[in-house]
Design a protein around this ligand. Sequence first.
Ligand code: GLU
Ligand code: MG
Length: 438
Amino acid sequence: MNRLPLIMVCTNDIAGQVRGKGFPAHALEGHLKKGVGWTPTNTMITCFGQIVSTPFGPRNDLMLIPDPATEVFVDFGDEGPAEHFFLGDIVQTDAKTPWDLCLRSFLKSALADLEREAGLRLVAAFEHEFIYFGQQPRLGDSYGLEGVRLAGAFPEALLHALDAGGVQPETFLPEYGPGQFEVTVEPAGALQAADRAVALRELTRATAYRLGHRVSFAPIVDRKSVGNGVHIHFSLTDTDGRPASHDPAHAYGFSQKAGQFVAGVLRHMPALCAVTAPSVLSYERLVPNKWSASYNNLGYRDREAGVRICPIWEVEGADASRQYNFEYRAADAAASPYLALGMLVRAGLQGLRDELPEPEPTTQDPTTLPPDEVARRGTVRLPQTLDAALQALEEDATASGWMPADLLLAYTMHKRGEISLVRDLAADEMAARYSQAY
Ligand code: GLU
Ligand code: MG
């Protein structure tokens, strides 16, 4: 059958979903300028495909303009059509004014303020876990070589797709849960890192689909097993790209600026959860003993901390200050990488503005600390439901003020609509719906 190649221009929205419009590849030049038309209410489509309510109704128009730097082209050979898409920014019909609810523009403006006010840039990498359904896991093959073998062509086909798609895969590993895998990618400037996170999820789905299977990035797929986290690694540089997070003289290795930045993230972390762990199901993952995050603590090499100080590999010739980074653990793939990272940057910048005292890292479970010590450090349990997280966002006047008012309104309306769609479902049914949606 003859085919005319198709190119899609996409956005990643409040539901963390990638949606867009396409055109024949030969029309690319024109569409690089004029993009594709977009509708405000599209951002109110929940992850389940229903619009529960919308502040926009059927009115008004927007443009979704591709950013040429985001082009992803992956040839899957005999396994089916190539994957060709761009990510873009949503602007008004003047083709330039960013729409308040464009999440990619939200991240860009947070990064611009970080640079302007503090002379700093953020380097980031999103680490993803997911379940691949195209194999029958062998009992006990957690982290197993057999787990990779049983996945057949998938691991190498995925590495090819990520490499060809400019995502720069770093490692691929069988994770703890049955059929669970993890992919890490090379760090990049924050906007590019978020673009890569969006592309990574799509290319993982695309690869599985070409092999006749599917994956799920849902925060929990099997309620009896571990969750799928998205760990957001981040560090600071100056505007010349010189690392600015590391201070070898400090007991835990972080610079004063990094201490203030992380203190801002921790202080506002309950509110951040509303955008980083943004599904009802997310809160089944954010519980103690699931190796995720349940407190807003800074943990030294602790995989249950809200933010973890990652290790430095002291091999000869390796630059410690370039390796030094933090990992925000209370995120999952129901979140838009743009909004999650944008709010993280806003929180960090607030910590710099307020010159917050440096956080005291924990090396143990915060629940084992005396209560007055917990209170002194400002350590709190993270919200335990999406409802509570949305309330934490609304009650944190500083954090909710980082969002344009119409974004905050649409976001909370969207998420409360999503809650209403699963409220009456049994827990297993709710998890099953989310695992189909993500
Ligand atoms: N699966 C865990 C999570 O939900 C993370 C395990 C790990 O430390 O890689 O975040
Ligand atoms: Mg992992």
